[in-house]
Design a protein around this ligand. Structure first.
Ligand SMILES: [Fe+2]
Ligand SMILES: [Fe+2]
Length: 327
C-alpha cells in the first residue's frame, strides 16, 4: 500500500504545473495538493498504529558508521568497541534531535505562515493540506522523541546534552540579516521548501539500513513515507509562492532558496565536539580538529543541478536563474 502511495507521490511530484500555452496554472498545483489532502487519513503515519513496540536488540548498532563525519579517521577506526558503539548511539540521538530542530524551527513555522496567510496564496485551498503537514511534523517529533528516550535509557546516555545545530544557527542569522518582515517570512518559507525536498534523502539511508537497530530503521521509514508526500507538496507550495510574488520579491525568494542546501551539508562538528567530549571518546579533540581542517579544504558545493531543476520546475525567470546559479 505504501509503495503505491510512494509511486503516486513521485508521479504527482513530476507532473508539471503548466498549461498547454506554457503559462503557469495554479489550478494544477491546487488539484495535486487537493489529492494529497484527500488521502491523508489513510496515508499519514499519525493515523496508523505506532510501530514502536519492536524488540530492542542491544547487540545491534544504533546508526550507520558511514554517516559519521569522522568515519575514516584512524582514531575512530582503532577506538575500543564500546566507544565506537557509544558514538553510534550518540549519532542516532543527534540525528533525531536534528530532525526535531528541522520540524520545529524550520518546517513548522513555515506551515504557520501559510496557514496565517502571510503570503498571498489561495489560502482557503492550502490551509487544510498545510495543517495536515503540520500535524505530520508534530507526530514526527513525538516519534523521534520516544525513540531517543528509549535509546538514552538503554544505552546509559540520559545525561547527554546536544548543543544547537548549525542549520538552525544559519537560519536564525539569515532571518536576522533583514529588518523587513516579508523578507524574514520568505527566508523561512524558502528554507522549509529546501528542507522538505532534501529531508527524504536524509532519511532514506537509515530507513533502508538492515544492519542497525530495527526500531531506529522502522521509525525512520515511517517518517520517510510521510516526507515522500511532503516533498511533492512543498514543491507545489514553493511554485505557488514564487508565482504569487512581485518581481523583486521573486528574486529575493530564489536567492533565499539557493542558501540552505549548503546548511544541510554542514557536518555539525560543534555538536560532535561536544558529544565526543561528553562520552570521553579517546582522542576526541584530534578527531574533530582534523575534521575541521578537511572540511575547510573541501569547499562545500551547492548541488547546482538539483537547484536548476527546482528553479526550472518553478518557472523561475531565466535572468534571475542565471544570476543566482552563477553567484
Ligand atoms: Fe517530518
Ligand atoms: Fe515534512
Amino acid at each position: 500500500m505504501h509503495a503505491i502511495h510512494d509511486k503516486l507521490d513521485s508521479w504527482y511530484s513530476h507532473l508539471c504545473h503548466w498549461a498547454d500555452n506554457g503559462e503557469y496554472e495554479i489550478q494544477r498545483d491546487l488539484d495535486r495538493i487537493g489529492k494529497w489532502a484527500e488521502t491523508w487519513a489513510t496515508r499519514a503515519a499519525v493515523k496508523k498504529n505506532g510501530a514502536q513496540e519492536f524488540i530492542y536488540d542491544s547487540r545491534l548498532p544504533d546508526f550507520l558508521p558511514e554517516l559519521l563525519p569522522f568515519q575514516n579517521h584512524p582514531d575512530f577506526i582503532n577506538a575500543p568497541e564500546p566507544f565506537r558503539a557509544a558514538a553510534l548511539s550518540c549519532a542516532w540521538l543527534a540525528y533525531n534531535e536534528k530532525t526535531v530542530a528541522i520540524e520545529s524551527k524550520i518546517v513548522g513555522p513555515a506551515c504557520v505562515h501559510l496557514i496565517d496567510g502571510n503570503v498571498d496564496l489561495d489560502a482557503q485551498n492550502v490551509r487544510e493540506p498545510v495543517a495536515q503537514a503540520l500535524v505530520d511534523e508534530s507526530y514526527h517529533i513525538l516519534m523521534v522523541v520516544k525513540a531517543s528516550e528509549l535509546t538514552r535509557k538503554l544505552r546509559g546516555l540520559t545525561q547527554l546534552r546536544l548543543p544547537q545545530f548549525q542549520i538552525v544557527t544559519s537560519l536564525l542569522h539569515a532571518r536576522a540579516a533583514h529588518s523587513e518582515q516579508w523578507k524574514k517570512t520568505l527566508v523561512q518559507l524558502a528554507t522549509a521548501v529546501v528542507a522538505e525536498i532534501l529531508v527524504s534523502d536524509y532519511l532514506s539511508l537509515i530507513s533502508r539500513a538492515m544492519a542497525i537497530q530495527p526500531l531506529n530503521r522502522i521509525t525512520t521509514e515511517m517518517h520517510r513515507r510521510d516526507e515522500a508526500t511532503h516533498n511533492g507538496l512543498f514543491k507545489c507550495l514553493g511554485s505557488m509562492i514564487y508565482h504569487s510574488l512581485r518581481p523583486h520579491e521573486r528574486e529575493f525568494f530564489v536567492r533565499a532558496l539557493a542558501e540552505p542546501s549548503g546548511w544541510f551539508a554542514d557536518p555539525e562538528l560543534d555538536v560532535w565536539q561536544s558529544v565526543l567530549s561528553q562520552i570521553e571518546f579517546p582522542n576526541a579533540e584530534r578527531i574533530i580538529r582534523d575534521c575541521r581542517v578537511n572540511h575547510k579544504d573541501r569547499e562545500v558545493h551547492l548541488d547546482l543541478s538539483t537547484l536548476e531543476v527546482l528553479f526550472a520546475d518553478f518557472g523561475v525567470d531565466e535572468k534571475i536563474r542565471e544570476q543566482v546559479v552563477a553567484r
